[in-house]
Design a protein around this ligand. Structure first.
Ligand code: F6R
Length: 242
């Protein structure tokens, strides 16, 4: 694993955006795996700016997102579909129809998850997968478990995740209880992984996930087995690492 330690969130965001733009420049028809959450927002801001400056061209890019709440319409401002359009897709030139997320409005979980997994395979797999890190070590919506789930699947969200996400909703009651997510296998099949982490509140999780035992109790710990992982984290997130 390559680790880049940055001074703060802004520098983390710039470094991560540089890695993504290198991918886009070197392989203009890349399949990018994307994440939502607060951590990658600054990364997307940099990508949008560099696109506007004429330094980046996304016209050959295809994207697949990690996850989506089940049951939220796409125009709900808390859906990940909305998030991605708001922070990235509406501001860069990825062609319409080449930005993919699981469809949370599809009731038939098995069918939707199977189709999403098949879509990723039909694209030839993900070239670079961007990830954030949950406080409990989750990646995508793969929560601590007894096993590492393989393919895209439907999950019941844990209380801590619902608590963490309720800041975006009027109340905890409105946070969806289920989500569709790429599985750990789907994530591990990406050719390269870029994980961004910021803040002292994630320092223990970083230590457990990347310097502790590999266990499904800390889903991100599996990344230790991936051959091409880059962690970009600020000093606060790395403060428990010697
Ligand atoms: C989002 C996702 C989640 C987040 C994680 C960290 O698509 O898959 O695993 O990356 O919950 O979220 P933030 O960045 O808000 O701390």
């Amino acid at each position: 694993m390559k680790i880049y330690k940055t001074k703060n969130y802004e520098e983390m965001s710039r470094k991560a955006a540089h890695i993504i733009s290198a991918q886009v420049t070197l392989k203009p028809d890349s399949i990018l795996g994307l994440a939502t959450g607060s951590t990658p927002i600054g990364t997307y801001e940099n990508l949008v700016k560099w696109y506007e400056d004429g330094d980046l061209d996304f016209s050959g890019i295809t994207t697949v997102n990690l996850d989506e709440y089940k049951g939220l319409p796409r125009d709900n401002d808390q859906s990940y579909y909305y998030f991605m359009h708001h922070h990235l897709f509406d501001h860069v030139n990825i062609p319409d129809g080449r930005t993919h997320l699981p469809d949370g409005t599809k009731e038939d979980s098995d069918q939707e998850c199977r189709q999403y997994e098949e879509l990723i395979q039909s694209l030839g797999g993900v070239d670079l997968q961007l990830l954030g890190l949950g406080h409990n070590g989750h990646i995508g919506f793969n929560e601590p478990d007894d096993i590492f789930p393989d393919d895209t699947h439907c999950v019941n969200l844990q209380e801590r995740t619902i608590e963490a996400n309720k800041r975006f909703f009027a109340s905890a009651d409105e946070v969806p209880r289920q989500a569709y997510t790429m599985g750990i296998g789907t994530i591990m099949r990406a050719k390269k992984i870029l994980i961004v982490v910021s803040g002292a509140d994630k320092a223990d999780t970083v230590k457990e996930a990347f310097f502790g035992p590999i266990t499904p109790k800390v889903p991100a710990s599996i990344l230790q087995l991936h051959p091409d992982v880059t962690l970009v984290a600020d000093e606060a997130a790395l403060s428990k690492i010697d």
